[in-house]
Design a protein around this ligand. Structure first.
Ligand code: BGP
Length: 461
């Protein structure tokens, strides 16, 4: 039986999650991350004062969760390992309890025909590593490479798709520019060093993987297209610079092995180039990714600046553009993000035309909504808005596949309601709702709908 939107055979249907957001940092033996530390020191920064201690308790309930994944037709699932759990403190002894936990999770996924996609770093720096300087420090890069080796040696026989980082620009923006992640520094020079070192760490791990393992390794980037307000040269320039800072600063070195010349020139002009080492260029050039995960939630719209920045204010990417609110834009008001489905297609066409049509997949897309209890009917959340959101994006993704884009799958953020950093449990994203008091999981309407999509490898409009 054919459907209106039929996806290529073997399409990856699933969802994504991260260690900090679902395991519960107080469950089992684990070191502390920057999130545990920050929550202890500034709980007021987190929505309703809720921290990462318990989260959705995947640590204790993973069997049930994986069974639910199978029930709704997942053939793949992305999780992240917690560096602080596997190697408390970030370096030294491996925590055998964590080895046992991750091993069982991987085996359970495989036993249920759900392929594990494993990510090594999802915003969760061990606090001791942060105290050493985080990604500003080459020592921390070395510790991260050792951690990656431990993970590959332990799980590489069963896991064949690995990712070095999830959205590496986010800790740069949050931790070093805009004050929404620990260590809450506002300093572009340091931000640029962190971004650069993250890519060095990435390339070292890609090199190690290719030397010792036989699967695929990639990176997960949040590619947020920068749309100019108009075709006026000043607006186009603003969009170009924004794209350089927020997309191409990671996309180009990951896929092409080099930084855009325009970005280097701009940073040089403003005295913002990072410290480098002579062997870095060769390292980046020789270690590009096999596979790219694309997280897409919202577009970015920009315009030329209305006012010149104060020359005494700290250097910021925002010196070169203003954000632009397009009149009549469609919004997810709970998260404050514009919904623009075509963005997913534009990203894929860009990858096809300018990035060698690298193998990719949508590694996150989703809609967080507040107070979903309003939509409860006969014990189930009727989240038609989420179904519409996914459908809208899948239609454009389908168009991309039919025009030769090398996109292999779609993962929703996220499998079950989980803890969203500073937003804690404000917005719910899951296919399954989670009762925070009892831990009970209940499939939402979107879960049943997605099960059908996966079964038919497509859907009707
Ligand atoms: C991505 C992250 C996820 C997740 C998601 C939703 O940026 O990779 O970890 O949290 O966004 O965003 P939020 O939780 O901030 O609503």
């Amino acid at each position: 039986m054919s459907v209106d939107y039929q996806f290529p055979e073997g399409f990856w249907w699933g969802s994504a999650a991260s260690a900090t957001q679902m395991e519960g940092s107080k469950n089992g033996v684990s070191g502390e991350t920057i999130w545990d530390h920050w929550f202890q020191t500034e709980p007021n920064r987190f929505f309703e004062g809720v921290g990462p201690d318990q989260t959705s308790d995947f640590y204790s309930r993973y069997k049930e969760d994986i069974k639910n994944m199978k029930t709704i037709g997942h053939n793949s699932f992305r999780l992240s390992l917690s560096w602080a759990r596997l190697i408390p403190g970030g370096e030294g002894d491996v925590n055998l309890e964590a080895v046992d936990f991750y091993s069982k999770v991987i085996d359970e996924l495989l036993a249920n025909d759900v392929e594990p996609f494993v990510n090594l770093f999802h915003f969760d720096m061990p606090i001791e590593m942060q105290e050493k300087g985080g990604w500003e420090s080459r020592e921390v890069i070395d510790a991260y490479v050792t951690y990656a080796k431990v993970a590959f040696d332990l799980f590489g026989d069963r896991v064949k798709k690995w990712f070095t980082f999830n959205e590496p620009i986010v800790p740069v923006e949050g931790g070093y520019l805009y004050d929404f992640h620990y260590p809450n520094v506002v300093d572009a020079k340091r931000a640029i060093q962190v971004a650069y070192h993250t890519m060095i760490a990435h390339a070292k791990v890609v090199k190690l993987y290719h030397a010792e393992q036989d699967g695929k390794i990639g990176i997960v980037l949040n590619l947020t297209p920068s749309y100019p307000r108009s075709q006026n040269p000043a607006d186009l320039k603003a969009a170009h610079i924004c794209d350089l800072f927020f997309n191409r600063s990671f996309l180009d070195p990951a896929v092409k092995g080099e930084y855009p010349v325009d970005l280097i020139a701009l940073l040089e002009e403003h005295g913002q180039l990072p410290e480098t080492q002579p062997e870095d260029n060769q390292l980046l050039q020789s270690n590009i990714v096999d596979l790219l995960g694309v997280n897409y939630y919202q577009p970015r719209r920009v315009k030329a600046k209305d006012h010149m920045p104060n020359p005494d204010s700290p250097f910021m990417p925002d010196w070169f553009f203003d954000n632009y609110e397009m009149p009549g834009r469609k919004m997810n008001v709970y998260r404050g993000w514009e919904i623009y489905e075509q963005g997913i297609y534009d990203i894929m066409v860009n990858l096809r035309d300018h990035y060698g049509n690298i193998e990719s997949f949508i590694s996150e897309n989703g809609m967080g909504v507040q107070d979903e209890g309003r939509f409860l009917k006969d014990g189930r959340i009727e989240d038609d808005y989420r179904i519409d959101f996914i459908k809208g994006h899948l239609k454009w993704l389908h168009k991309a596949t039919s025009e030769g884009c090398n996109v292999k799958g779609y993962h929703l953020w996220t499998f079950m309601d989980n803890w969203s950093w500073m937003n804690a449990y404000k917005n719910r994203y899951g296919f399954y709702s989670v009762d925070l008091a009892t831990g009970e999981r209940t499939a939402k309407k979107s879960a049943s709908w997605f099960a059908e999509v996966s079964k038919q490898n497509g859907f009707n409009s």
